[in-house]
Design a protein around this ligand. Structure first.
Ligand SMILES: [Zn+2]
Length: 123
């Protein structure tokens, strides 16, 4: 009889293979989530570090130091060298005009900005 073609044993065999694949996918998803979470945590730390946000610019004496300073530190995500996306820019934040270095990591493609304030240090 044709109704007996779809036997429970066949169904079982099929779902077992799919289950393995599903587990493998779940493991990958879990790893992705972990990596994503780690990246977010690092991003937060970068924002809170000097130069990581417009609220925390690094004080520099002259504009010629911006590129040097910006490239002095490696990628916070993977430790590889960062490179500048172009010449640094001037951005207004409130009443301040800040220099912004736009950086990109050659290895992991992370992008980040570093902010600088020009002028003589007060101390
Ligand atoms: Zn990187």
């Amino acid at each position: 009889m044709s109704a007996r073609l779809a036997r429970p044993s066949d169904m079982k065999k099929k779902s077992k293979g799919a289950g393995r694949e599903q587990r493998a996918r779940a493991v990958r998803r879990e790893a992705d989530r972990e990596a994503e979470k780690l990246r977010r945590d690092v991003s937060k730390l970068v924002e809170l570090s000097p130069g990581g946000s417009p609220e925390r610019p690094v004080q520099l004496a002259s504009a010629s130091q911006v590129e040097v300073e910006a490239l002095a530190e490696p990628c916070p995500f993977c430790g590889e060298r960062l490179r500048l996306e172009g010449p640094h820019e001037v951005e207004s934040h409130g009443s301040e005009r800040l220099r912004v270095a736009r950086l990109v990591c050659g290895a992991c493609r992370a992008r980040l900005n570093r902010y600088y304030r020009l002028g003589a240090t007060l101390n």
